[in-house]
Design a protein around this ligand. Structure first.
Ligand code: ATP
Ligand code: MG
Length: 148
């Protein structure tokens, strides 16, 4: 069982795509274990994307991520990190595979709808960046109420 950090980026929140993004992940069997809306300060966006601090797009990226609210979530499932990345599609929507979130909805390589952790190490940094222990429910805890 893996956990990964997903962000519905400000472009997608502004365009009313929160539900569509979550639906794509849930319909593939990924389980939402934590969920919140956050408005990042630019310093917080810079901390989150610190691996990219030397990139030419860093200032623009972090301004974009702080320009409006995001929806952050923790998704769980077998191979969740890789499965989320596949469902997102390539960073550049022009290169993203048919049927992926970015191919369907992204306006540009920057305003590309969604973030997903790219490795176990990234997930281990990114999940606690947004969520404390009490804000993450285990899949087992979720399963206690049977409505099916
Ligand atoms: P993310 O980390 O957001 O899930 P990713 O792993 O597909 O995306 P990264 O290379 O980590 O891509 O880049 C982080 C983000 O920076 C991208 O999602 C995009 O918003 C922005 N970005 C990446 N490359 C460029 C670029 N060449 N020009 C502008 N923005 C870019
Ligand atoms: Mg990345």
């Amino acid at each position: 069982m893996e956990h990964t950090l997903v962000i519905v980026k400000p472009d997608a929140v502004a365009r009313g795509l929160i539900g569509e993004v979550i639906r794509r992940f849930e319909s593939e069997g990924l389980v939402v274990c934590g969920l919140k809306m956050v408005r990042l300060a630019q310093k917080e966006a810079e901390g989150f994307y610190q691996v990219h601090r030397a990139r030419p797009f860093f200032d623009s990226l972090t301004r974009f991520m702080a320009a409006g609210p995001c929806v952050a979530m923790v998704l769980a499932g077998e191979g969740a990190i890789g499965r989320v990345r596949t469902l997102m599609g390539a960073t550049d929507p022009a290169k993203a595979a048919e049927g992926t979130l970015r191919r369907s909805f992204a306006a540009s390589i920057e305003k590309n709808v969604v973030h997903g952790s790219d490795s176990e190490a990234s997930a281990a940094f990114e999940i606690p960046y947004f969520f404390n222990r009490l804000e993450i429910v285990s899949p087992a805890e979720r399963g206690e109420i049977s409505v099916m």
